[in-house]
Every structure is written in C-alpha cells, then in structure tokens.
Design a protein around this ligand. Structure first.
Ligand SMILES: Nc1nc2c(c(=O)[nH]1)N[C@H]1C(S)=C(S)[C@@H](COP(=O)(O)O)O[C@H]1N2
Ligand SMILES: [Mo]
Length: 248
C-alpha cells in the first residue's frame, strides 16, 4: 500500500513537471518570436538574423579572400640559405642600372618608377613558409612595400577595382596573372629585401613579388611591367596546365 502511494506521488510530480516545461517552452517560443518580429531591421532582415548571416559571411570571407592571411614565423625560424628556384626571365643581359618599373595605368598611359620610389613607401617584413608546387617549402624572410600601399600612393584606385593584376619580367619571358583580392591582401609585397639585405640578383633584384597566400609560381622575380585588367592576364604556368589561382 505504501509503495503504491509512493509511485503515484512520483508520477504526479513528473506530470506536473512535464506540464510546466511544456508551457514554459511555448511561452519561450512565443517571446522569441515576438522579439524577432518586433526587432529592428538590418538590411532587410531582423537584427539577430543579420548577426547570424554576418558570422557565416566572415567564415567564408576568411576562406577565400583579401582578409585571409598566411601563417607567419619568427625571424629566427627563417633559413639563411634561401633556395634559388626558377630562372625564366632572369637572363644575364639585364642591366639593373637602367631598370624602371613600368606601371601601365591603362593602355597607352604608363608610369615609370625607380626602386627609390618603391622604397619611399613604408617597409613591411613578412616571414612565411614559401611553398613550391614541386613539393619543397622553406620559411623565408622578405621585406618591401605593401602592394596595397603602393596602389594608394600612386592613385591607382580605379585599377584596384579591376579583377586582376598582370606582371611580366623585363624580357617578357615569365609572366603571371593574379586576382586583385590576393594582391590587395596586406602580406603581398613589392619586395626588395631578403633577410634584411638587398634582394640578391637571382632572387629577383631589383623588385619581385611576394604573395604568401599563393604557391611559389606566382611570386614573379624581377618585375618589369605591371598592368591591370578585368579578364585574366596571361600566365606562364597556367598555360602549361597549372591552376590559374594557385592559392594556398
Ligand atoms: N622571373 C621568374 N620568377 C619566378 C620563377 C621563374 O622561373 N622566373 N619561378 C617561380 C617559382 S616556380 C618559384 S618556386 C619561386 C622561387 O623563388 P626563389 O628562387 O627566390 O626561391 O620563384 C617564382 N618566380
Ligand atoms: Mo615553384
């Protein structure tokens, strides 16, 4: 007899708890809906939904774009003996004393700049794991002007709205095309130093591209000409079947 009343009591308590929880959920659901329904709008959707959308957006933006940064290292981790890899467009008949960077603002409108012009921009160092599609990689240390600073300084705002930047060696034998989002990324350098010293000749003196979010093939050594367009500029390795973007 005692046992039965115990069981009944317990059952009744559970039933009451179930009902309380049930109604609490209904009320919570109603309040949640009222809050969303009466909430301030942000660009066509409720504020809190917009927050969720923003979170999604930032995740994908980081995966694919300008804000995505390559991992950086300490100066002590950078190798002293840096490998020299590609030599296309690096012929010996190059006269560094006559070099000027040709910046084609638009067809028929070219700006000529000296190395000192590039050096007059703030210097940035980047130490990252340089990866070649051949399978090797090494942590290396580079210094130069941020491409994005360069674009601002020379009023290349319209050009930075285009889809691509093209780079060509002075002898036109090596050339790359790169999406503007990656070019404008803050680690992308017009590079004139390696390990704190002037860029060695075979590493692209006087000026090379360093673009840590891309594989080595895109880091063109010895920039002669730079140009901008909405269609894909010609690209040496893409013509041979490699991925045009070659992102990391
Ligand atoms: N002008 C020019 N730039 C170039 C190449 C090249 O052959 N010619 N090779 C690319 C490749 S495949 C790599 S891995 C890197 C190597 O840079 P490093 O020689 O400074 O190590 O340069 C890139 N830039
Ligand atoms: Mo490479």
């Amino acid at each position: 007899m005692d046992n039965r009343t115990e069981t009944e009591k317990r059952l009744r308590r559970r039933t009451i708890i179930s009902f309380v929880v049930f109604f609490a959920l209904i009320i919570a659901g109603y309040i949640g809906w009222r809050v969303l329904y009466t909430e301030q709008m942000d660009n066509g959707v409720q504020k809190d939904i917009r927050k969720g959308l923003k979170t999604n957006e930032s995740i994908f933006e980081n995966l694919f774009s300008t804000h995505h940064l390559a991992k950086t290292y300490l100066e002590s981790e950078a190798v002293k003996k840096v490998r020299v890899n590609g030599r296309i467009g690096m012929g010996v008949d190059f006269d560094a004393a006559l070099w000027k960077l040709r910046v084609v603002r638009k067809p028929g409108d070219t700006l000529f700049l000296t190395l000192d012009d590039i050096k007059s921009l703030p210097k940035t160092d980047v130490i990252f794991d340089f990866k070649c599609i051949e399978g090797w990689s090494q942590v290396t240390h580079w210094g130069g002007a941020k491409f994005s600073d360069f674009m601002k300084k020379y009023n290349l705002n319209d050009q930075s709205q285009m889809n691509y930047t093209g780079l060509i060696t002075p002898d036109q034998k090596y050339y790359v095309g790169i999406d503007m989002a990656s070019m404008m990324q803050p680690q992308t350098l017009l590079c004139y130093e390696m390990n704190g010293k002037p860029l060695p000749m075979d590493q692209g003196y006087p000026l090379r591209l360093i673009i840590p979010v891309k594989y080595g093939i895109k880091h063109l050594k010895r920039i002669g000409t730079m140009y901008f367009q909405d269609t894909k500029p010609k690209d040496y390795w893409a013509e041979k079947g490699y991925d045009y973007y070659s992102g990391l």
